[in-house]
Structures are given as structure tokens and as C-alpha cells.
Design a binder for this molecule. Structure first.
Ligand code: ZN
Length: 179
């Protein structure tokens, strides 16, 4: 397995709309495994293919406390969204940035699994928020898009400053639990 490079905001490639996956073959499974490894290595709870510059409809997540319940969703579709909830989110493509976003507290999603078989799953709380966040990535949407233009500009400037500092010191900043 390989750890993949994660695109960071405001990289325009994060705005690409992902295309459906025709068949879950070995290449798709390998990508899902690499994405899981990348997500765990970055201490994230979710990752969309868009974030590793692959513009196909695939996401992975694991919100279990032991990080041992990986979920792979190919061509995910929301079939139910219920109960709005406001929750603080982060994103591996926006290191160190957190903001409150309104999502559905309970969802039902239909997808193909790692084995290519269709299935439906219910998710609530953190799991539901994570899946909605990752599905937004597949549309080229980021959680900062829910904020005001002013806030987004401040975040952009802060990230650019931090990236320059990182480049100067040759260090990478520590990351908290983010998706
Ligand atoms: Zn994200």
C-alpha cells in the first residue's frame, strides 16, 4: 500500500466533479486501500478520491474509536437526510482549519462496496457528517463554501502563510483529527 499526496485548498483540482466508477476492479480496490492508508496516516476519519487527485466517485471513512472499521463507498448516493445538526468540521485539505457547518444528523446512503456489490447503510452523528463531507468533495465542494466570502479569504490567507512558513522551516505541521 502507498500513502498518497493530499491536495490542499485552494488547489483548483479540488473543484473537479468526480465521475461514476463503471466497475469495481483491482485498480479501484487498490486505490481504496491506498486512500485508507493515507487517511489513517494523516489521522483523518474520511477521505474522498478528489483529495488525492483522482476524480472518480469513491470515498473511504472510519469513525470508529479504534480505527478498525473502514468503510469504502463507490458511487455513493444519499437516499435519506434527516434532522439538521450543526457540527464543527475539519478537512485534510485545509490543515488546522475548523468551522461549524449544518448537515443532516441521520442519513441513509446507497453505494457499491469494495467487493462491487450494491448495499445501503444508515449513518448518524459523526459517521453521517463525515459521509456528507466526503460526498461534497466528489462534487468539488468544500466545507468552507458554507462560510462567508470574508471568512473564506481569511482562511485562504492563513493557509498560504502557514504553507510558506512550512516551506521555510522544512517542517510539516501536526494535524488533528480531520476529514
Ligand atoms: Zn475534507
Amino acid at each position: 500500500m502507498t500513502t498518497l499526496a493530499i491536495l490542499e485548498y485552494p488547489d483548483p483540482r479540488l473543484r473537479t466533479k468526480a465521475v461514476p466508477i463503471d466497475a469495481v476492479d483491482d485498480a479501484v480496490r487498490r486505490l481504496a486501500d491506498d486512500m485508507l492508508e493515507t487517511m489513517y496516516a494523516s489521522r483523518g476519519i474520511g477521505l474522498a478520491a478528489t483529495q488525492v487527485d483522482v476524480h472518480r466517485r469513491l470515498l473511504v471513512c472510519d469513525v470508529s474509536p479504534e480505527h478498525n472499521r473502514p468503510v469504502v463507498l463507490v458511487n455513493p448516493e444519499l437516499v435519506l437526510r434527516e434532522a439538521p445538526a450543526i457540527c464543527e468540521e475539519g478537512c485534510l485539505s485545509l490543515p488546522g482549519i475548523y468551522a461549524s457547518v449544518e448537515r443532516a444528523q441521520t442519513i441513509r446512503v446507497r453505494a457499491l462496496g469494495r467487493d462491487g456489490a450494491p448495499f445501503e447503510m444508515a449513518a448518524e452523528g459523526l459517521g453521517a457528517i463525515c459521509i456528507q463531507h466526503e460526498m461534497d468533495h466528489l462534487e468539488g465542494r468544500l466545507f468552507v463554501d458554507y462560510l462567508s466570502e470574508l471568512k473564506r479569504q481569511l482562511i485562504r490567507r492563513r493557509l498560504e502563510k502557514e504553507r510558506r512558513q512550512r516551506a521555510n522551516t522544512g517542517e510539516r505541521s501536526a494535524r488533528a483529527t480531520v476529514t
